[in-house]
Design a protein around this ligand. Structure first.
Ligand code: G4P
Length: 289
């Protein structure tokens, strides 16, 4: 089956429609929550969003921080804050960090909330639009936030038809992403990182090549993770091409096919699965420049 991201690439009309929907829906909200993958904070963002939502305050949620390197996550938060955005590390699987979301939004919008009070608009809800490329955890975020406040998802007929509003607390509503926000998939380096995390389906890239590239990156950035998981010494990985690293992993795991050859395809699937499952440790593949 064709992946969501592939289909978007093939039908550019999607992009225009999503842009328009986001633009229209911006009028309905006070702020935007942009969800990104803390392991790939550059590749999991759509750079066009900066231009698109510049009129509203933005809260960047570095999600999946349970699988990301905490030192790098802290650096990325400082980086985004330096750019005038607000940033928060969260884990939408366990809910860690989410308690900081509403207080952060309220403090960002403090002047606005004060102005509503002055005008006597006491019943006015804070409304935040949730955006992000596929698989970063938007649904998980909305579900977790709505579960914690025990309110249901509702389809509120309104200005823009089909908009999904979720009340997460009294006077606090989230607007689910209006349309699919595509990643900047044309850049091969970005596509590769999205494939590492599983945001893009494997079929579009050669699995062995992909796993080999991941191993090269890990050998350069997190050699101890290869040492711990696969018992490959850093001295054996330095400067080695991906294919050799993959063979080394397969050999250590006894993945052999007839004739004593190493089953690199099986090894590749395992490496990717283990990385995606967080079994290789807390890893961030993009650093602040
Ligand atoms: P989307 O709406 O942006 O497309 O993303 P969605 O919430 O569907 O999340 C995509 C995958 O990422 C899901 O895994 C989800 O469980 C996982 N995920 C979301 N947030 C976090 C997080 O903070 N930490 C971790 N470790 N995983 C997270 P899945 O394999 O597609 O489904 P499932 O395992 O939940 O069944």
């Amino acid at each position: 089956m064709m992946s969501e991201i592939q289909s978007i690439q093939w039908f550019p009309g999607h992009m225009t429609r999503t842009k328009r929907k986001i633009q229209d829906s911006l009028k309905l909200v006070e702020a935007v929550a942009e969800i990104i993958d803390a392991r790939i904070p550059v590749s999991s963002r759509n750079p066009d969003l900066d231009q698109l939502v510049q009129s509203k305050p933005r809260i960047i949620l570095l999600n999946k921080c349970d699988m990301a390197d905490p030192v790098q996550t802290a650096k990325w938060i400082a980086y985004f804050q330096g750019k005038g955005a607000y940033a928060l590390a969260v884990d939408c699987k366990s809910g860690k960090g989410l308690q900081g979301f509403m207080p952060l939004v309220r403090s960002v919008l403090a002047d606005q909330i004060e102005a509503w009070k002055t005008k006597g608009m006491v019943g006015r809800s804070i409304r935040v639009m949730v955006v992000g490329i596929p698989n970063v955890g938007k649904s998980s975020f909305i579900n977790k936030m709505s579960k914690s406040s025990k309110v249901k998802v509702e389809d509120r007929p309104g200005v823009t038809r089909g908009n999904q509003w979720v009340t997460i607390a009294k006077g606090f509503d989230l607007l689910d992403t209006p349309g699919v926000l595509w990643p900047k998939f044309e850049d091969p380096a970005v596509g590769e990182k999205l494939a590492f995390t599983g945001a893009v389906k494997d079929q579009i890239m050669d699995t062995e090549q992909l796993a080999g590239r991941l191993l090269e990156l890990l050998a350069a950035r997190y050699p101890h993770s290869l040492q711990e998981r696969y018992k490959i010494q850093a001295s054996d990985t330095e400067g080695k091409p991906g294919y050799e690293l993959l063979e080394a992993v397969g050999r250590k795991r006894g993945m052999l096919i007839s004739g004593g050859e190493i089953d690199t395809e099986r090894a590749a699937m395992m490496v990717l699965d283990e990385f995606r499952g967080g079994k290789l440790g807390k890893i961030t593949l993009e650093t602040v420049k």
